[in-house]
Design a protein around this ligand. Structure first.
Ligand SMILES: NC(=O)C1=CN([C@@H]2O[C@H](COP(=O)(O)OP(=O)(O)OC[C@H]3O[C@@H](n4cnc5c(N)ncnc54)[C@H](O)[C@@H]3O)[C@@H](O)[C@H]2O)C=CC1
Ligand SMILES: O=C([O-])CC(=O)C(=O)O
Length: 328
């Protein structure tokens, strides 16, 4: 592995997720010891708060932190970055769906897509956490024509981790026994967490659970609506778990998913599983050396088909809405 610092941009660095994410990145959770240089983008009024966060990063004396730069100019901050974690966007409040944020947040991703297109490193990977994540990733991708489509991804790893945790609790298995979990579709209430291909200690998860009512009426809605439940309980949206999932997703993307397992990532569809080409939809993927490939050949029964189709229809509606807004 190269020992040159990995240049990682984080947007919205003074926000809630940033406050957890930066310390995980700086401590080496992403690069496993390889030095990391942080490039932190914020809006001008948040720069003072960000200076305070950087003081705290300094005070941790992290051995792998090779440098920190902050600013409000995307082209300066994104210059030469190998990885851009686009977190900065307004979070939803109680009673809102993530799609309600499209008009408030979409424009952020046109500007950042253009800036990345102009100045990012040739090997850049771009992970979008800010909501609505899938369609924001689509906006960034469409505004960065020189960056290959497969370099853009939206975060459904938090949903994936939530699904693993719920299944582990139901079956009494440790989370390390749960493999082949899949989140299909949108990072929204329509997402489809799939137990028919997941495994518990190597055995089919749906068969191990043996309770279609739990699967349909408890598991799927609990995972799909977990974000709203956290907003209800905490008064603000999930932050530490979102930061942790952002690190998990980026680490697996850059350094590879585990042998014999797969992860969920929202990526630009190539038409696999009937998801229209070009939509940023979550799939089961394996990753290696910074590339992903969609796991092929899974049997999709009518139950799963209907749920995947519903979530994908929502993604198509979001794409049409941002087209109408002139964002793509
Ligand atoms: N995909 C996922 O699984 C999850 C996504 N999220 C989303 O992540 C986003 C951030 O969440 P929080 O950190 O809790 O919000 P926050 O409001 O605490 O922080 C957002 C930060 O982004 C900054 N920002 C706004 N516009 C910006 C721009 N143009 N450039 C750079 N920075 C900008 C703000 O100044 C603020 O500091 C929200 O959209 C939230 O809904 C949250 C949890 C999970
Ligand atoms: O629910 C929200 O708005 C924040 C989020 O995306 C999540 O926790 O999954």
């Amino acid at each position: 592995m190269s020992s040159a610092p990995l240049k990682v941009a984080v947007t919205g660095a003074a926000g809630q997720i940033g406050y957890s994410l930066l310390f995980r990145l700086a401590s080496g959770a992403l690069t496993n010891g390889r030095p990391i240089e942080l490039r932190l983008l914020e809006i001008t009024p948040a720069l003072k708060a960000l200076e305070g966060v950087v003081m705290e990063l300094d005070d941790c004396a992290f051995p792998s932190l090779a440098g920190v730069e902050i600013g409000d100019d995307a082209e300066k901050i994104f210059d030469g970055v190998n990885l851009a974690l686009l977190v900065g966007a307004r979070p939803r409040g109680p009673g809102m769906e993530r799609g309600d944020l499209l008009s408030a947040n979409g424009a952020i991703f046109t500007a950042q897509g253009k800036a990345l297109n102009a100045v990012a490193a040739d090997d850049v990977r771009i992970g979008v956490t800010g909501n609505p994540a899938n369609t924001n990733a689509l906006i960034a991708h469409k505004n960065a024509p020189d960056i290959p489509a497969e370099r853009f991804s939206a975060l459904t790893r938090l949903d994936h981790n939530r699904a693993i945790s719920q299944l582990a609790a139901k079956t009494g298995a440790p989370v390390t026994d749960i493999t082949k979990m899949t989140i299909w579709g949108n990072h929204s209430a329509t997402q489809y967490p799939d137990l028919f291909h997941a495994e518990v200690a190597g055995k089919n998860a749906a068969e191990t659970v043996g309770d279609q009512d739990w699967l349909e009426n408890t598991f799927i809605p609990t995972v799909a609506k977990r974000g709203a439940a956290i907003i209800e309980a905490r008064g603000s949206s999930s932050a530490a778990s979102a930061a942790s999932a952002t690190v998990d997703a980026a680490r697996d993307w850059l350094f590879g998913s585990a042998e014999g397992d797969w992860v969920s990532m929202a990526v630009v569809s190539d038409g696999s599983y009937g998801v229209p080409e070009g939509l940023v939809s979550s799939f089961p993927v394996t990753t290696k050396d910074g590339d992903w490939s969609i796991v092929q050949g899974l049997d999709i029964d009518d139950f799963s088909r209907a749920r995947i189709d519903a979530s994908v229809a929502e993604l198509a509606d979001e794409r049409d809405a941002v087209t109408e807004l002139g964002l793509i």
